[in-house]
Design a protein around this ligand. Sequence first.
Ligand code: MG
Length: 389
Amino acid sequence: MSKRKKTVAILGSTGSVGRQSLKVIERFPDLFTIYGLTCYRNVDLLALQVKEHNPKLAVVADHHFLPKLKSQAQGTEVLSGMEGILELVSRPEVDLVINALVGSVGALPTIRAVENGKDVALANKESLVMAGEIIMPLAGRRRAKIIPVDSEHSAIHQCLRAGRKGEIKRIILTASGGPFWKNPGHLREGITKEEALTHPTWRMGEKITIDSATLMNKGLEVIEAHWLFSLPPSQIQVLIHPQSVVHSLVEFIDGSVIAQLAPPDMEIPIQYALSLPQRFPRVKPGLDLVQLGNLNFYPPPKKGFPCLNLAYKALEEGGTMPAVLNGANEVAVEAFLEGKIELPDIAKIVEGVMDLHQPSLHPDWEGIWEAHKWAQKEGRLIIEERAKG
Ligand code: MG
């Protein structure tokens, strides 16, 4: 069997999901070849990855670091900025884009990749939160696949292979709940950055770990699931599952519930996205069900975690509102990490900005980006006022 290797571009290859993607790809050298890698500023690591994987193109998002990358990655074409990333995802040689960028900057590269007919393994949830209404129909027209890498959505993708679209009763996204869910009173003022960054089951970047502690991460995932699986909010539910072993479930109309279980290891959803429609063997140990003992499920706490409801509200209102939710949350999380606000203030800031927004329906990308920038500006104003008051 002589099959051409799949040519892959990894956006955000120096981040947590990016590094794990490279690890998975290294195990299958006969199947994949790396065409391009990108980083934000971590040029030292990017240069090491370039040495090892010999891509055609390397991109650093921050222009200031281009000279450094040039000197460290000699022999490889190097570019910088969003233009560089968009150039990479437009190259005809690229078959698959792994989008592991963090935050709203990840959305435009997804749109551009899909416009160019590339399949996208999507770890950047902001793409669909902000622009799902644009991306999904575009992917349909360009015959580009959007393959979820987010563990919950990967789980649902797998469960859905057990039935037809019309046979779905509901999908259930599981949430670890982060460190504070058991006692909403614990989502209190005075929680330090270090306490909030101690996630019980997953090792992830800082932004998503804070989002897990406030349950905003699950809210963003509800919006992501809405677009990926084309289901109304009423058919998307959330349960707290502290063990992070059942990654999500689908209930079908006949009462059968199909779940996907696996160790909490992002290499599994990454590898699934790369191997589809096949499955490749796992080299590390699998689940030890006996060792696991109990698996528990709880309804999300009714009090103390407003971010989940704010996300449902943004989804119901639609248009530019989810982008506003996300934009305000980004600046609020940043302010928390900088010690400027308390953890419970994040939800207050997001709600304050949403209250000021009149969503426009069916926006184009420019309209979405404008709403996003507006939400960030309004969010910063509220943060400044709180700092003064
Ligand atoms: Mg997730």
